[in-house]
Design a protein around this ligand. Structure first.
Ligand code: HEC
Length: 107
């Protein structure tokens, strides 16, 4: 399973699906997933603010290693996410699969 090989575009080296996923996690042509989701295993508080009434509010990035592939794919393909905090990405099916494969290994 882990020895499926992918060629990277910029050089001719071959890397495993896991390594490819790890690379995409930090550099998905946009803000790295790790910037908000940390290591993906637990909730991360990415911002704190006070609302008009002075109550403390949090913007949180949820853990992402327990999401099924269907939901994962639809989240990563959404034009807009619920929170409007998570950015939109333009990843291919192959990239999404490698990314998902990598995130599952974080369990
Ligand atoms: C700027 C911060 C930010 C970045 C960068 C980010 N996310 Fe998120 N993500 C969030 C927030 C906030 C939520 C929860 C609210 C929402 O869905 O919009 C979320 C939700 C998710 C969910 C849904 C989790 C669930 O329980 O339904 C998945 C899956 C996910 N992110 C994966 C990723 C992946 C993979 C990347 C990188 C390609 C990424 N995120 C990059 C902030 C971020």
């Amino acid at each position: 399973m882990t020895n499926i090989l992918y060629a990277t575009q910029d050089d001719n080296s071959f890397i495993t699906k896991f390594e490819y996923g790890a690379m995409l996690y930090e550099n998905p042509r946009g803000i790295g997933c790790n910037k908000c989701h940390g290591n993906g295993k637990k909730e991360v508080i990415i911002a704190k603010y006070r609302n008009k009434k002075g109550a403390l509010k949090y913007i949180k990035a949820p853990p992402i290693n327990n999401v099924n592939f269907k939901d994962f794919k639809s989240k990563l393909r959404a034009d807009k996410t619920e929170s409007l905090v998570m950015p939109t990405y333009f990843l291919t099916d192959e990239e999404l699969e490698s990314l998902y494969f990598y995130i599952q290994k974080l369990k």
